[in-house]
Structures are given as C-alpha cells and as structure tokens.
Design a protein around this ligand. Structure first.
Ligand code: AMP
Ligand code: MG
Length: 401
C-alpha cells in the first residue's frame, strides 16, 4: 500500500495513457527513410515483393539436380554470380554458383565448395551425401507479397527502416511529430552562456528534455525560462497552448515554490494528478490548460529524469499511436543492503557489476551526475527492506529513449 494521499505510479500511468488515447495525433506525412528514424509508422507496411524474389544460393559452391548425381563427376556448364540471371541448368551438368546468386532453373540442390573435389579436367566430384533443397534460400522464405511486415504504431529504428528499404521503398508514412512546448520554471535559473548571479544555477533540465523529446520523435518548442509567478505562468501557458500538443514544464510544482504551476492549473480546471508515491518525483503535476495537456515535472534534475522516463515518455509515445510504451525491464540482484523501508516506491541509479546492481553513492534527487555513471534504474518497492542478493526490477536507461 502507498502512503494515503499519494497516487501509486501505476494509477498515474493509467490516467496518462487514458489521456493520450483521447489525444492521438491523426495526421501523417510521408518522410524519406533517412529522416524516419525515431518516428512512428502511421499505416501498416505491406510487402510488394517476395523476399527473396527468387530462389538463390546460401553458399559459394555448385548447383546441381540430384537426379544427375549418379553421373558424377559433373562438368560445369555455367558460372552464376550474384546479380546475374542464369540460364536453365543443362541436364547432366552442374553450375558454379556464389552466395546470393539466383538458382538456375532445373537445379534443386547446392553443395558448398568445401565438400567438393575439382578434378584436373574441371569436372566436380561431390564428397558428402546431398539433400533436395540444401543450401537454397527459397523464394518468399522471409515474406510473400501481401504480407504485413510492420504494423502502424511501430517505432522506426534501423531494423524497420532496413526492412522498408528491402522492399524498395524510399518513403514511409509516419505520424506527425508531437509539438511539445518546453518550459523551465525557476527564479534561480540562468541559461549556459549567461553570467551566473549570486544564488543562481544553470538550467540543465532544458538540455536533458530537449534531447530526450527529440529522441522520442517530438518537435520541441523552446519556451525558455519562466520566473515563479502565477500571473506570468498563466500568460505564458496562454501563448503556448495555441501551437502545442503538450506543454511540458519543470520546477514550480513543489510546496517550496508555492506550487505556482499547480495553482494556475487548478484555476483553469483541476490538476488530474498531483503527488505521486514515488521517490524521486513526488510532486509531479498533470492537468490541462484550456484543452492542452500540461505535464509539470519536478525541478530536481533526477526527479525530472525519473518522472519523464516513467510517465511522460509513455504518454508521448502513445499519442503517436505506439502500443508498447513500457520499457523492457528485467530482474537483477541487489548489490547492496536496503535497511530502511520507505513509504514511497524508490528509483535508484545503479550500474550492473558482475550481475549485481551497484548503487551510485549519492542518490540525492538534485544530483544528475549519477545518471551518467549508471546503466539504469532499480525499483525498491514501498515499505520494503532488502538484503544483498535480493531480486530487483531493473530498467536500463537505453530502454527509455
Ligand atoms: P522545484 O521543483 O522548482 O522546487 O525545484 C527543485 C530543485 O530543482 C531546486 O533545487 C531547483 O533549483 C532545481 N531546478 C529546478 N529547475 C531546474 C532546472 N531547469 N535545471 C536545474 N535545476 C533545476
Ligand atoms: Mg523552483
């Protein structure tokens, strides 16, 4: 059980995905393959070619018809290189053939060259027992014309794009990029390149989220830094709502900021989520400004990282139509003791060492450096203690991009 008044992360995720399902981005656009990486396929990719388009050799060797084997040694009647269209196999002969070359009509077997002996007169003797179909890649063994190769909603990476290229496609229809207005709130923030004032710090969340959003196929509308003042916050959200599919903010959601963003969202309807039973990341705020969804991440860099990865990321994938939005995770063994149970589920930065999860020594939510050291997050269940070696769920950072 979570602490009363705090929302379990699963419930928050359900609500965010329900919001995303209502908000799916319908429009799609054709983009060249070399610009499609990280985008989401808008309609099924159906094969227009059999692959392979014709039977071909899986080996460098000799193609023959097994009915001729009793007449061996066989003379070589043609040489078939990849890229050539062969003649039909002359009865009683074999063909020299190379990997990927089309099988001559009439041949039903390929023997690899290592299992043959070439006599002085050039005829070929086969040294091993042979089988029909051996070392032949059948036409359509990978796919047939009309097969659905990729479903709408698939995120496009190198594998998917290569499959499309294998069908001869130059473009793919992809879902329009979500337009995300990114806003950093905090009186203390200064952009890199500007002089630091006493009491100020550089804005690191903007860089973190700008890159991460682009990885997830989003277009970023950089809305800069906003001071912690409700009137200015409201004004800014009013401007941003026109162009954005989502307004993503950091900071200004915890009690110390007088909950500036929460105030504005409550004045314009009520926040949907507010306070999660996780650590770091408790003060996540989600709502709408007008009709535009707003996700307010906490300002601490690691809190922003954890809540973005666990909650905003699945939301952003789902509005693009992705079904499988959850990162793969697997079980690892704790490389540490955890003696003090916490009332919130905790996400710790760990590195995998010898099959065990080693903790970054400083788990403060203000410390971003641990994320560069770590391989991912482990989840410590609420109200639990752990002993060295106990199983834990591990989410690799690589799964979150
Ligand atoms: P807040 O959620 O606004 O209360 O901020 C919590 C902590 O995160 C404070 O120490 C802030 O200075 C810090 N913080 C907030 N926004 C940023 C940012 N964009 N980059 C780096 N640190 C930040
Ligand atoms: Mg703040």
């Amino acid at each position: 059980m979570s602490k009363p008044g705090l929302m379990p992360v699963e419930d928050a995720l359900d609500q965010l995905l329900a919001m995303a399902n209502e908000q799916r981005l319908p429009d799609s656009e054709p983009v060249p393959l070399n610009e499609a990486r990280g985008r989401v396929l808008a309609s099924d990719l159906v094969a227009t070619l059999d692959l392979p388009p014709w039977p071909n050799s899986a080996m460098d060797g000799y193609a023959l018809n097994l009915a001729d084997l009793h007449r061996q040694p066989l003379s070589v009647s043609q040489r078939v290189y990849a890229g050539l269209a062969p003649d039909a196999l002359l009865p009683g002969t074999c063909a020299r053939i190379f990997t990927g070359a089309p099988l001559p009509n009439g041949a039903n077997c390929v023997e690899m060259q290592e299992n043959t002996e070439v006599l002085e007169d050039g005829r070929v003797r086969f040294l091993q027992p042979l089988k029909v179909g051996q070392n032949i890649r059948a036409q359509g063994q990978e796919n047939r014309v009309g097969d659905t190769l990729l479903r709408a909603g698939k995120r496009l990476g190198p594998f998917e794009l290569a499959v499309a290229a294998g069908q001869g496609m130059t473009h793919l229809p992809v879902v329009r990029r979500p337009r995300v207005a990114l806003l950093s709130t905090g009186d203390e923030l200064v952009e890199p390149g500007q002089p630091l004032r006493p009491g100020s710090i550089y804005n690191s969340n903007r860089t973190l989220l700008d890159h991460w959003l682009r990885e997830l196929g989003c277009e970023v509308i950089d809305a800069g830094i906003l001071p912690d003042r409700p009137a200015q916050t409201r004004l800014k959200l009013e401007q941003l709502q026109v162009a954005a599919d989502l307004i993503l903010t950091t900071g200004g959601v915890s009690a110390g900021d007088a909950d500036c963003l929460g105030q504005v969202l409550r004045d314009n309807g009520k926040p949907l989520l507010w306070k999660l039973a996780i650590k770091p990341g408790k003060p996540l705020t989600v709502g709408h400004f007008g009709t535009v969804p707003v996700i307010g991440l906490p300002g601490n860099p690691t809190s922003a990282l954890v809540t973005f990865g666990l909650l905003a990321r699945p939301y952003l994938l789902r509005i693009q139509g992705v079904e499988e939005v959850m990162p793969l995770s697997f079980t690892v063994n704790a490389g540490f003791d955890w003696a003090k149970p916490g009332s919130r589920r905790e996400y710790l930065r760990v590195r995998l060492e010898g099959g065990q999860a080693a903790l970054y020594p400083n788990q403060s939510s203000g410390v971003l450096l641990g994320a560069t050291w770590a391989d991912g997050l482990v989840e410590i269940p609420e109200n639990s203690t752990l002993r060295m070696g106990d199983p834990l769920r591990f989410i690799p950072f690589s799964e979150l991009f």
